[in-house]
Design a protein around this ligand. Structure first.
Ligand SMILES: NC(=O)c1ccc[n+]([C@@H]2O[C@H](COP(=O)([O-])OP(=O)(O)OC[C@H]3O[C@@H](n4cnc5c(N)ncnc54)[C@H](OP(=O)(O)O)[C@@H]3O)[C@@H](O)[C@H]2O)c1
Length: 336
């Protein structure tokens, strides 16, 4: 029996402004399962901004070409399996793409651990706080930033999928957390809902470095940076002696190109700037998942994603993400 999948592909390489015509939702016949493979019916997928760099410049991960499927984290149910570890009906997560169905090697899938999930932690948490975004925040904060209680932490793109979790995790261990985001609405929500102590709307200030310094004249111990470019430059200038910049992402570079960090920083500043990729730290992830689940259950970590209904909306929502019009998107495959 032939099973049809709908899957978003890159129709053309995006320019500086992404267009709906850069994406196409195509129908495919799924291949027959081979030994070791699993067929998954997706329930949801995430929209990760790094995909834009992979599409536009072919510099991150596997270079993409027109006609290639768009990768992304997905969550779904096993429909058929020729892999001994998986049986139909099980819930799994993995790099399944923006698709209704996927066939992949069982080794590329993670089963949702029943001890972590339950009525209070829905399976979609596997695409949020217990997925790539949460683990990226966890590794960046605890393995790279290594905060001590009462240290001051600055987070850029703080209302985004990684940033709002990184800020909450730092707050959970007693840090004073300041977030940078692109609207007054996002800034208000960071304080009222996600426990950030202060915020800066970078679109409302002429000089971001000055606004960062004015917010904490004594300086910051850690800068968790998702943006790069001018934002990284401004945030690093706010670090105090022995400060640490955690280089998580380069959102500005995905669309705009990136100036270098500068401004007269030198040896006497004693700064550390460290980039990371979260899965460089496999040993930290099981403990990370346990701690994150604990914080979610205690209410120390609040998860809130914007649910987009229907896979037909994926490309439009992805474009909106870069315009700052939708935050922390999660696409549910079915429009129902
Ligand atoms: N290191 C790792 O292992 C790892 C793993 C996963 C993701 N990442 C990276 O982590 C970062 C955050 O990911 P995410 O999914 O949470 O993305 P995100 O922060 O939700 O990204 C979208 C937001 O970025 C902001 N933005 C877009 N262009 C900007 C610009 N030029 N300057 C400043 N802000 C801009 C917008 O919010 P505003 O309205 O606030 O501007 C937009 O809503 C990304 O760079 C991603 O590639 C790293």
């Amino acid at each position: 029996m032939t099973i049809e999948s709908r899957r978003w592909v890159m129709a053309s390489r995006p320019g500086p402004k992404m267009l709906p015509s850069d994406f196409e939702l195509r129908r495919f016949d799924l291949p027959e399962l081979e030994a070791g493979q699993v067929r998954v019916r997706l329930e949801a997928h995430t929209l990760s901004p790094g995909m834009r760099a992979q599409m536009a410049y072919a510099i991150m991960g596997t270079p993409m070409h027109p006609g290639d499927p768009i990768p992304g984290d997905g969550l779904g149910v096993v429909e058929a399996s020729l892999h001994s570890d998986f049986t139909p009906g099980e819930r799994v997560a993995g790099r399944l793409g923006w698709a209704t169905h996927a066939v992949c090697d069982g080794g590329a899938l993670t089963k949702l651990d029943p001890e972590l999930y339950g009525d209070d932690l829905p399976s979609e948490t596997a695409l949020g706080a217990l997925g790539t975004n949460g683990l990226t925040a966890y590794v960046g904060v605890f393995e790279v930033g290594r905060p001590k209680p009462s240290e001051t932490v600055l987070v850029s793109s703080a209302a985004g999928s990684v940033g709002y979790l990184a800020g909450q995790m730092a707050t959970a261990v007693g840090c004073d957390v300041v977030g940078i985001a692109g609207s007054d609405r996002k800034c208000a929500e960071l304080k009222s809902r996600f426990g950030f102590r202060d915020t800066i709307n970078y679109r409302a200030v002429d000089d971001l470095a000055a606004a960062i310094r004015a917010m904490r004249p004594e300086g910051y111990d850690i800068f968790f940076d998702n943006v790069g470019g001018r934002t990284l430059d401004a945030g690093v200038q706010g670090l105090r002696h022995f400060g640490r910049a955690v280089l998580c992402g380069r959102l500005a570079n995905y669309s705009e190109g990136e100036p270098q960090v500068s401004h007269g920083l030198g040896p006497s500043d004693r700064l550390t700037l460290q980039g990371f990729v979260y899965n460089d730290y496999p040993g930290a992830l099981p403990e990370g998942r346990r701690r994150i689940a604990g914080w979610l259950r205690e209410g120390a970590l609040v998860q809130q994603m914007s649910v987009i209904q229907g896979i037909e909306q994926s490309a439009a929502a992805f474009i909106s993400l870069f315009e700052g019009a939708v935050e922390r998107p999660l696409v549910r495959i079915s429009a129902a």
